[in-house]
Design a protein around this ligand. Structure first.
Ligand code: UDP
Length: 459
C-alpha cells in the first residue's frame, strides 16, 4: 500500500497559514506525507523567522506580484493570484506526478483559494476545501446569489442596496448587517469590488469542483445554527485547530519570531490580572488611536502585554515607541510578536483586547479568556457578533463620533468586563465545549477521523 501524500495550499496570509499548517501536522501524525505550498514571498519570511523549518516538504510558487508590491493589500494580492498562480500550481503538480514513488494523492486547498480545486480536478487528485474562517462567514460568502435575489446587495459589486440593513439567513443564525459582509469591509469601494469578484469566482469554483469535503476551523457547538442550516455530512467542523504540534518546537509558522520573554513576564503577574492586546497580523492602527490605546491601558492601572508588530501603524514603530515609553511605563510589556496561544493559556490573563480575527477568536475561546472586541475588516465584525451577542463572552469597544476609541472607553470597558463574573463563567463553559469536541468521541474529533479516512481511501 502507498503512503498517502497530501498537498496543502493556504491563502498567502498569516491567519491562513497557521491553521493549515496545524492541520498538516495532524495529518502527518496520521501517516500522511505532507507537501506544504506557500508563495515564494511568504516562504522566505517563514524561513527567516526561525531556524527550524517544519519536518515536511516545504515548497513555494509565485504569487504574481512584484517584489516591492504591498502584500497587505489583499485585493491586489487576490487579483494577482487568480491571474498567475493557477498555471504554476498545475505545472508543479504535473511535475510531482511524474515521480512515481511519491506522487501526491490528495489536495487540501484553502477555501479562499478555491480556484485551486479546479487544478486538483485536472490533475486527478481527490480534494477538500478548508475554511479558516467561521462557518457563518463561509455561508455568507456562498449566499451571494441569494442576497442578490432578495434585493439585499447589488449584483455588480456586492454593495448594500440599503446601507445598514440587517438580514437573517435562517432562524437561529446571527443577524447580519449588510455593511459587515466580508467583501464590503475592505479599504475602499474599488478593493471591495475586487474582493466581491474574487468571492464570486470562488463560489463558481466550489460549485464545479469535485471536492469531497469542506472542513472548518470551528466546532459544532459554537455554530450549531449554521451547521444545521448547511445540513451536510460533507461540511465538517474539525476545530479549534490549536497549534499544539507546531508552536511547541518553535517551527517556521509565523512571519515574525515569537518573543520568548512573554512567559517569564507573565509568570511574575498575579492570576487573572493581565490585559493582553493583539490585533493579529494585518490590522493597522493610526497614530492617534495608538496614543489613545497607550493612555487607556495606563488608565486601567492593570498590567498589560501589548503586541506591537513592527508594521502596526504602517510605518516604523521605533520612534513611536520611544515617544510612548513613559506612558507605557513599568506596568506594560511590549513585544513585536507573542507566542499567542501560550499567552492566552496563562493563568495571569484577565482579558483579551482583540481585532476578532477568527484564529484569535478560537484560541481565546479555547482558553476561556473573555474578549474586548475591536474589529477592523473582513469577517471581524461578524466574529464580534458571535462573541458579544451569541456566546455573550465579550464586550464591544464603541468608537466616539470621530471614530476614535477613547482612553475612557478603554478603561471603562476593561473594568466592566473584568468585574463581570457571568462573562467569565460563560467563557469557561464555552472553553469546556471546545475542548470536549476535540476529545475522543467529541464532534470535531470524530469529524477529523471521517475526513482523514476518506482522504486515505484507495491509496
Ligand atoms: N499571533 C501570534 N502572535 C501575535 C499575534 C498573533 O502568534 O503576537 C497569531 C494568533 O495566534 C493567530 C494569528 O496570529 O493564530 C492571527 O490570526 P487571526 O485570524 O486572529 O488574525 P489575522 O492575522 O488573520 O487578521
Amino acid at each position: 500500500m502507498r503512503r498517502p501524500h497530501a498537498l496543502f495550499l493556504p491563502f498567502p496570509a498569516q491567519g491562513h497559514i497557521l491553521p493549515l499548517m496545524e492541520l498538516a501536522y495532524r495529518m502527518a501524525s496520521q501517516g500522511f506525507t505532507i507537501t506544504f505550498i506557500n508563495t515564494h514571498f511568504n516562504h522566505a519570511r517563514l524561513l527567516s523567522s526561525t531556524t527550524t523549518p517544519p519536518s515536511f516538504n516545504f515548497i513555494s510558487i509565485p504569487d504574481g506580484m512584484q517584489p516591492e508590491d504591498d502584500r497587505n493589500d489583499i485585493a491586489k494580492l487576490c487579483h494577482a493570484l487568480l491571474k498567475f498562480t493557477p498555471l504554476h500550481l498545475l505545472q508543479l503538480i504535473n511535475t510531482m506526478n511524474t515521480q512515481e514513488s511519491d506522487k501526491p494523492t490528495c489536495f487540501i486547498a484553502d477555501e479562499a483559494m478555491a480556484w485551486a480545486l479546479d487544478v486538483a480536478k485536472k490533475t486527478g487528485l481527490r480534494s477538500a476545501a478548508f475554511s479558516t474562517s467561521s462557518a457563518n462567514t463561509y455561508t455568507n460568502m456562498r449566499s451571494v446569489q441569494c442576497l442578490i435575489e432578495l434585493g439585499i446587495i447589488n449584483e455588480h459589486d456586492g454593495s448594500a442596496k440599503k446601507p445598514g440593513q440587517v438580514f437573517i439567513l435562517s432562524p437561529g443564525i446571527p443577524p447580519m448587517n449588510v455593511d459587515h459582509l466580508h467583501w464590503n469591509c475592505f479599504l475602499d469601494s474599488e478593493s471591495n469590488k475586487i474582493m466581491f469578484e474574487y468571492i464570486v469566482n470562488n463560489n463558481k469554483e466550489l460549485k464545479n469542483a469535485d471536492h469531497e469535503f469542506v472542513i472548518f476551523n470551528s466546532f459544532y457547538e459554537a455554530e450549531k445554527a449554521v451547521f444545521n442550516y448547511l445540513n451536510s455530512s460533507k461540511m465538517l467542523p474539525i476545530g479549534p485547530l490549536l497549534s499544539k504540534h507546531s508552536s511547541s518546537v518553535s517551527l517556521s509558522r509565523c512571519f515574525w519570531a515569537d518573543d520568548k520573554t512573554c512567559k517569564s513576564w507573565l509568570d511574575k503577574q498575579c492570576d487573572n490580572s493581565v490585559i493582553y492586546v493583539a490585533f493579529g497580523s494585518l490590522a493597522i492602527l493610526d497614530e492617534r488611536q495608538f496614543q489613545e490605546l497607550a493612555l487607556g491601558l495606563t488608565l486601567t492601572g492593570r498590567p498589560f502585554l501589548w503586541v506591537i508588530r513592527p508594521d502596526i501603524t504602517g510605518k516604523a514603530t521605533t520612534s513611536l515607541l520611544e515617544r510612548f515609553e513613559d506612558v507605557i511605563g513599568d506596568r506594560g510589556k511590549v513585544v513585536e510578536w507573542s507566542p499567542q496561544e501560550e499567552v492566552l493559556a496563562h493563568p495571569a490573563l484577565a482579558c483579551f483586547i482583540t481585532h476578532c480575527g477568527w484564529n484569535s477568536t478560537m484560541e481565546s475561546v479555547s482558553n476561556g479568556v473573555p474578549f474586548l472586541c475591536w474589529p477592523y475588516f473582513a469577517d471581524q465584525n461578524l466574529n464580534q457578533s458571535y462573541i458579544c451577542d451569541v456566546w455573550k463572552i465579550g464586550l464591544k469597544m464603541m468608537p466616539n463620533e470621530n471614530g476614535l476609541i477613547t482612553k475612557e472607553e478603554i478603561r471603562g470597558k476593561v473594568e466592566e468586563l473584568v468585574g463581570d463574573e457571568g462573562m467569565k463563567k460563560r467563557a469557561l463553559a464555552l472553553k469546556e465545549m471546545a475542548l470536549k469536541s476535540l476529545d475522543k468521541g467529541g464532534s470535531s474529533f470524530e469529524n477529523f477521523i471521517t475526513f482523514i479516512n476518506a482522504m486515505k481511501d484507495d491509496v
